[in-house]
Ligand binder design. Sequence first.
Ligand code: HEC
Length: 284
Amino acid sequence: MTNRSLVRSVPTFILVSILAVACTATTQQSQVPSGREFGSLISSNANVMIEEGRQTFRYDTFGDEGFWSDAIRLHQAFAGAVQGGVAPAVSPQTALSVGLKVDAAVLPKELVTLIMAGKVNMDDPATTLALLKLNAVVGLKGTSNNDGSLKSVGITCALCHSTVDNSFSPGIGARLDGWPNRDLNVGTIISLAPDLSPVTGLLGVDEKTLKQVLAGWGPGKFDAVVFMDGKATRPDGGSGATGSVNATSSMCDAMPRISASSSLERRGATRAASASASELSKTR
Ligand code: HEC
């Protein structure tokens, strides 16, 4: 290209570029939504994201079955000896006593009727299994084998950072996401797992010592240092556990504490059931 033609082609290039940009701008201009439309688009995007976040918070285990089931075999504590697990399996009464919560919203109507009629055996581990399969135990996600037996369990954020409003009975009700579960005894739940060797191996302590440490946490507390940093106790020998209370302190301090003696709770308290878990399975 000669110098002269270069000189001529530069302005042409600039003109074409300006036209191209102008045309694009005009096209975009014609696609701009009205302010009102755009406002509601933002709202619906926000709602979608809140719903997705809620699903993740409540139900996503991020694959932690690898620890809870593959390593320490916690699911076997729920499966019971009959289904290839260990005895004694966890009854719903035990599950509630270690602070696990049940999401009443996912219980089928027939089951609710049976529970209210006192016809569901809350001492039968099969009932716990049925609740797990319904995805009704807050923060505990069970996966089944093809034959219906329990394959694995994982935990979600909701296990420690949600509770229920006890509107059905103590420990059973509507979810309260982001409310710390101050009753949850994580230490005792971990102690239920049949194989603690991955943890004792990590800590270099025997099972008896580990169980003492776990028993020292108490309700509402969990010590990430044990699992993340491999230290059973603080340097001074005390428990390193901090509360799921503290976990959401910035959230829960600002919110009123739920009344522990609501009439709904009292109504439900008398409802611990008898009858058999086969009643329960009939409803599914
Ligand atoms: C086994 C119980 C447990 C589970 C499960 C759990 N957390 Fe926590 N979380 C805690 C505890 C206990 C603390 C407080 C730690 C401390 O104070 O040292 C905490 C702290 C937090 C904090 C800090 C809150 C604050 O006010 O400082 C956030 C945020 C948080 N967790 C989010 C999550 C998310 C998201 C998940 C799921 C991916 C999750 N947690 C799962 C027990 C748990």
